[in-house]
Structure formats: C-alpha cells, structure tokens
Design a protein around this ligand. Structure first.
Ligand code: ASP
Ligand code: CP
Length: 308
C-alpha cells in the first residue's frame, strides 16, 4: 500500500477507496454538525492558517469553521494587509508562517501549482483551496458528498457540467473525481469555453444544452469566470443566458428528478436563473455549502492523523 499523502493538492491520482474514506468520514461530520455537537479535542493545540491570495466566501469560512469545530487555533491571514504588499514572495511568506509552527496551511492562489510549490518548502500539511485553473479538490469532494446523499450513489449517474469549463478548477476536479467513481460526465458549453482534449479526461463534449442535458441526473452550472478571460470568449451576458443559462425550460431536457448544483458564487441571470437556483425541490446549492464544512472537517482530521 502507498504511504498516505501528507498534503491535499488535488484529486488527480486519488483512488476510489481514498475518496470513499473521505466521503464516509465527512458523512459522519455532516451528522455531527446537524446535531450541534463539536469535537474540540481532535485538533487541540494545532494551528491552521488560511492563506488566501484570491477572494473567497465559502471556502475560507468553512475551513475556519471546520478548524474551530475540531479545536484548532485558526488564523486568517489578511494577504492584502500583509508584507506581500511590500514585495515578499509567496515562498517567503509561507516559510515565515511555517517557522511559527503552523500545522495546516490552507492556500488559495491565482497561479496553478502554487500550493504544490509550497508543499515542497514547508513542514505544514498544505491543502489546496483552489489554484488558478488547475484544481479545487475540497469542492469536488463536497459536490460528490452532496450528490451521494441525495441520489444514494455515484456510480452510473449522468452528470452534466455546464458553462465555463475552460477556466474552471471546479470542473477539472469534478471531472477527475466523478469519472474515477464511474459517473458518466458530460461537459456542455460554447466551443470557446471548452478546453481542447477534455475528452482525454473521460468527459463527453456537447455544445447544445438540449443534447447535453438529455437524461442527466445532475446538472451543474458554473460561473462565467470573467477574471480569468482575456476578453472575447463570450458574447453578451444576455446572449450567453439565452443559449447556456440554466432555466426551467432547459432543465426540462434533463431527467424529471434531475437536481441542480452550482459551486458559487453565482451570476444570477447569466449562467443560472434565480427560479431554478432558489427552487428547494431541485436545487442542492445550500446543501453544497453545508457539506463543505463536513468535508473540510474530514480532510483536516485525516491530515492531522498523518495523511490522506
Ligand atoms: N468558487 C469557485 C472557485 O473558487 C468557483 C468560482 O469562483 O466560480 O473556483
Ligand atoms: N465555491 C467556492 O470555492 O466559493 P468561494 O470562492 O466563495 O470560496
């Protein structure tokens, strides 16, 4: 058996038993969270630092909550007020935090590979909280947990991931995880927003929502990531919505019991219609956020016990 991984840098290379171990532990944390109990003994005396070079609402807050519910001392580094503004490099920043005996370093960065670079330089366990267009592993794990809780399984489900695939680390991590767990993954979007060779990841490509959603169990809408585009990848927001925005009419192409997901933050009226996003009978968006805390507790627990 391979030695456990000291860091969580991505889904790539993760085997089904590892994914299941994380999901099963996260399931127990989801139940614990609903009961209102905590396990403050588990990470007592450990320090977790959130180091976010890109904005975040869900990921940063849920890592903070997860760490606190397990008893860790949690520090949120305000990068914009740190010595990064004086020119200190990423590696120097991380090694400085490491010298304070930080145990868990949660990193978000706009450059793909930044967390992997830091993992080579620090003693702390590094968790990738989203790096460039590369990976967002805890998002894929929380999405899988949300799907499994509602559908009772992952295997054999048809999952349509729609929209800006090219700039989405969420899409990449989800494709890797869901294909590993034997889901049938489709990507649906305009040719300008679908990376070439995505089929090599095991996803089927569609440019038309009707064909791409036909028979889907899960429809996942993705945010149009304007901050990662150099311009010209999409026409106007109104035109984008007409062709690819997930509304009730397009959702009707999927299975009658298909469920809707979105990692957040949403651009309402661009990639998703409010009527669909806020429909409690179809939308899993709030549950995704809830499962985010549980998954992050499971990840911190496993890493603190030696690795994943
Ligand atoms: N919040 C997710 C991410 O950071 C998705 C998004 O921003 O659209 O990758
Ligand atoms: N889904 C997600 O990562 O959200 P944030 O960017 O708000 O953390």
């Amino acid at each position: 058996m391979n030695a456990p991984n000291r860091h969580l840098l991505g889904i790539e290379g993760m085997a089904p038993p590892t994914i299941l171990e994380i999901l099963d532990l996260a399931e127990s944390y989801a139940l614990l969270n609903r009961s209102g109990k905590t396990r403050r003994d588990l990470l007592r005396g450990r320090t977790l630092i959130n180091l976010f070079f890109e904005d975040s609402t869900r990921t940063r807050t849920s890592f903070e909550l997860a760490g606190k519910r397990l008893g860790a001392d949690v520090i949120n580094m305000a990068v914009s007020q740190s010595s990064v503004s004086k020119g200190e490099t990423l590696v120097d920043t991380a090694t400085t935090l490491n010298a304070m005996n930080c145990d868990l370093l949660v990193v978000r960065h706009n450059r793909s590979g930044a967390p992997a670079l830091l993992a080579q330089k620090v003693d702390a366990a590094v968790i990738n909280a989203g790096d460039g267009t590369h990976e967002h592993p805890t998002q894929a794990l929380l999405d899988a947990l949300t799907i499994r809780r509602r559908k009772g399984r992952l295997e054999g489900l048809v999952v349509a991931i729609c929209g800006d695939i090219a700039h989405s680390r969420v899409a990449r991590s989800n494709i890797l995880l869901l294909t590993t767990m034997n889901c049938r993954v489709r990507v649906v979007g305009p040719p300008t927003l679908i990376p070439t060779a995505i089929e090599n990841f095991g996803a089927e490509v569609f440019h038309d929502m009707r064909a791409g959603l036909a028979g889907a169990d899960i429809v996942m809408a993705l945010r149009v990531q304007k901050e990662r585009m150099s311009g010209g990848s999409v026409p106007s927001a109104r035109e984008y919505f007409a062709f690819y925005g997930l509304d009730a009419a397009k959702l009707a192409y999927a299975k009658p019991d298909a469920l809707v997901m979105h990692p957040g933050p949403m651009n309402r009226g661009v990639e998703i219609d409010s009527a669909v996003a806020d429909d409690p009978t179809r939308s899993l968006i709030r549950e995704q956020v809830e499962m985010g805390v549980a998954v992050r507790m499971a990840v911190l627990d496993l890493l603190a016990r030696g690795g994943i």
